[in-house]
Design a protein around this ligand. Structure first.
Ligand SMILES: *Cc1c(COP(=O)(O)O)cnc(C)c1O
Length: 359
């Protein structure tokens, strides 16, 4: 789905010397490169605070911890996404409530969010899924009307810029991201960060991420240990200046896919900004989807099903939820390879193979 070696080979000298410098300094935990990267990302996003942490799931947990909610308070999450938002909510003793998605953007549907609000609802976690910026205007309006917090999950959309927002940063209260190796901005292991314009949330997140302490060996509260490794921060500093170029390249590849495939399958819609973390098509039914995937595989072409099951049907999260759109599309989605180094020759091979099967 992604050729990590292709990207590394274009940056090898810069990456190798950044790693060598950390090895020379041996400041592996909270080293110089961590603060440097946080400052660079803060400037890139135009946001007041960036708090690096160990991974994107921790970022969501830390953001929820900062809201200081009460047990069983409800948090509205999307039924169609990677499980981390629901997992973080449940892990903290809160209750996830699953909202349905918009069938064109795959992002949480503001109308479904509003239908799921109760007197216990305290927050909404929209995910900018597949790189498509969610409808934050509608979501922040709903949040304001019902006095709810908004935590944005930008793990798949870092750098998705829209007017009034910078890089899928904070139109909500806190934004969370991941630097997992397959993300648009990625490191060579686990990594994550929270962003916020709010001084109080930033301070709380920082304390929670460092064992509940501001000063070493003084614990004000129960926290966790969640830090971005210095080595990973150094790698991310090398890569950040390329992010916009890479995101543009992804959008160009998506355009080529759509041009070749729009007569054959339902291609992703672009609503506002989309940086194509994934390029996800919709087939007419499960049998066609699974048959196509096998055909692609036989021809040496990767594809993936993001995501095969509605979250509300998972054993870990099972709950009553009214999400007909998610239930309808899970058996029909298929994501095609997309990454900045994908060549025209590869794109043509993928689209030809796909069309051969479907026509
Ligand atoms: C990858 C991802 C996460 C989790 O990030 P990790 O760094 O793997 O913990 C959370 N939410 C979404 C939408 C993701 O794609």
């Amino acid at each position: 789905m992604i050729d990590l070696r292709a990207q590394y080979s274009t940056l090898k000298d810069e990456i190798d010397s950044a790693i060598a410098e950390v090895l020379h300094n041996t400041d592996f935990i909270d080293g110089k490169a961590v603060g440097k990267f946080a400052g660079e990302l803060q400037k890139y996003l135009g946001v007041k605070h960036v708090i690096p942490c160990a991974n994107g799931t921790d970022a969501l947990m830390l953001a929820l911890m900062a809201l200081d909610l009460k047990p069983k308070d409800e948090v509205i999450v999307s039924d169609f996404t990677f499980a981390a938002p629901a997992e973080a909510v449940l892990f903290l003793g809160l209750t996830p409530v699953f909202a349905d998605i918009n069938p064109d953007t795959f992002c949480i549907d503001p109308a479904s969010v509003e239908q799921n609000i109760t007197s216990r609802t305290k927050a909404i976690i929209p995910v900018h899924l597949f790189g498509q910026y969610a409808d934050m205007t509608a979501i922040t309006d709903i949040a304001r009307k019902h006095n709810l917090y908004v935590i944005e999950d930008t793990a798949q959309a870092l750098g998705a810029k829209t007017a009034g927002t910078t890089g899928a940063a904070v139109s909500g209260n806190i934004a969370c991201t991941s630097f997992f190796p397959s993300k648009n901005l990625s490191c060579y292991g686990d990594g994550g960060a929270c962003f916020t314009d709010d001084d109080i949330f930033a301070e709380r997140i920082r304390i929670f991420a460092h064992h509940g302490s501001r000063i070493k060996y003084r614990h004000e509260t129960t926290g966790i240990n969640s830090r971005l490794d210095t080595l990973q921060a150094a790698i991310l500093s090398v890569k950040l200046p390329y992010l916009d170029k890479w995101n543009t390249k992804r959008a160009e590849i998506a355009e080529k896919y759509t041009k070749a495939l729009s007569d054959t399958v339902k291609c992703p819609a672009i609503a506002g900004i989309h940086i194509f973390h994934q390029y996800t098509i919709l087939l007419k039914d499960e049998e066609t989807r699974d048959g196509l995937q096998k055909h692609l595989q036989k021809n040496g072409i990767a594809s993936a099903v993001y995501y095969p099951y509605p979250l509300h049907t998972q054993k870990a999260y099972t709950t009553a939820a009214d999400c007909p759109v998610t239930s309808n599309i899970c058996p029909r989605v298929l994501s095609l390879p997309i990454y900045p180094e994908l060549t025209d020759e590869q794109i043509n091979c993928i689209t030809d193979t796909l069309k051969n099967y479907l026509s």
